[in-house]
Design a binder for this molecule. Structure first.
Ligand SMILES: [Zn+2]
Length: 292
């Protein structure tokens, strides 16, 4: 019937097919075959691995109860931090230094003091000879310092990348062979790039490219509690407001099975309302005193 009203550019041969189409569709809708098939039970995973990495990585197959060692962080006292970047910045050669390290209760390392021993520097290499090491150790003992803490070696690659050279690998090998159970190697350059590696003989592990930063003592429990409270009070997701009624209020009003209207009626203040837009844009600003 309606087919006769279709434009003439329809092919005459297709008219018969078109007439059949609606019938097929009606049948498909009236017999919901797909929905009557019971869906299979959801697959329960036996392993909890996540194999989504796009770079080489070693992770446990079963993460539950797996012993994954905590990756330590290397920290510097503010003085050490300033000193090492001054050395890197002011030396045109590959200068090296050694440092005393405290192991913090968290398992992180804190470099407390650095020393620049006598050394022969080349354009691409630095060499701290055993004699110079011994001299430094004697100096530390005289000053009443624990030479067992001398487990950090840092050096500059000047303007080159911070990948270790063959010499850098051998140097760590020597320190470890000399009995250092833990050793930290830091390679830095004038661009501020660095590579910090922690060699752990006890656990037979190397933690490569660990995070490093200036040491700070961390927040007190009181400071944490105060910040948590402040965040809770001031940081909110924008909720769609109806008058003075948010969506959560609406949910409460509907919670008993019937709707209790708010006193000042349903007015959507958010859509196309410049004042409301400004208010929502300043939600996270504690000093904003605009009209809500
Ligand atoms: Zn090097």
């Amino acid at each position: 019937m309606s087919m006769h009203k279709r434009p003439k550019n329809n092919k005459p041969d297709s008219s018969k097919i078109r007439q059949d189409k609606p019938r097929v569709r009606v049948e498909a809708i009236s017999t919901p075959v797909a929905s009557s098939t019971p869906s299979p039970p959801a697959y329960q995973r036996q392993f909890d691995f996540s194999a989504t990495a796009r770079a080489p990585e070693v992770t446990p197959l079963q993460r539950r109860n797996a012993h994954s060692p905590r990756v330590p962080m290397v920290m510097y006292t503010p003085e050490v931090w300033d000193q090492l970047w001054f050395i890197v910045g002011s030396c045109p050669q590959e200068v090296g230094w050694l440092g005393l390290v405290d192991t913090l209760p968290s398992g992180d390392y804190l470099i407390t003091e650095i020393f620049v021993p006598e050394q022969t520097v080349h354009a691409t290499e630095t060499e701290i000879k055993p004699d110079a090491m011994t001299a430094l150790a004697m100096e530390l003992i005289d000053a009443g310092k624990d030479t067992n803490k001398l487990i950090y070696w840092g050096h500059s690659h000047v303007n080159m990348g911070v990948s270790p050279s063959g010499q850098d690998e051998r140097q760590v090998d020597e320190y470890l062979a000399n009995g250092c159970k833990t050793f930290i190697r830091g390679i830095y350059n004038k661009k501020g790039e660095r590579k910090l590696d922690v060699f752990d003989q006890t656990n037979n592990l190397i933690f490569q490219c660990v995070r490093d930063r200036i040491y700070s003592p961390g927040l007190s429990p009181e400071q944490r509690a105060h910040l948590t409270q402040l965040i809770k009070a001031n940081v909110k997701s924008p909720t769609r407001a109806f008058g003075n009624t948010s969506m959560s209020d609406l949910a409460t009003r509907y919670a008993n099975g019937y709707y209790v209207p708010p006193r000042n009626g349903l007015v959507d203040q958010r859509d196309d309302d410049d004042d409301a837009k400004e208010y929502f844009a300043h939600l996270s600003d504690p000093f904003y005193a605009g009209k809500p």
